[in-house]
Design a protein around this ligand. Sequence first.
Ligand code: ZN
Length: 139
Amino acid sequence: MKVITRSFQVETNGHTDILDITPQVSQALSASELKNGILTCFIGGSTAGITTIEYEQGLRRDLPELWEELVPSNRGYHHDATWGDANGYAHLRSSLVGTSFTVPFVEGRMMLGTWQQIVFLDFDNRPRRREVIVQIMGE
Ligand code: ZN
């Protein structure tokens, strides 16, 4: 068994920006030349998240709207009172989504559903450059 760690950068607009990172993750898997195992995508950050969704225009609007209902950006949070960076909601959304996603791969192909893309969510209140880690374990 081998463990291969790669990374790639993404530029986001913040404000619950949703990026389809499936191509970059697939690329990392191909480059690893591993055929069977699991891979984990991870973001080392506390105002972003990684999950899956069908990456189509309706859901790309629905998801930020849902987040606005669940964890409103215009409410005062204790975090904001402490640090003054006004992104308490972004930290909370990140906690709920989680900052990693794991998927098995077989014969070099991730076992994602046809309409299932891996998405990077940037909840922060400003544009960010982020580094996504992809760790691939297998043979
Ligand atoms: Zn903060």
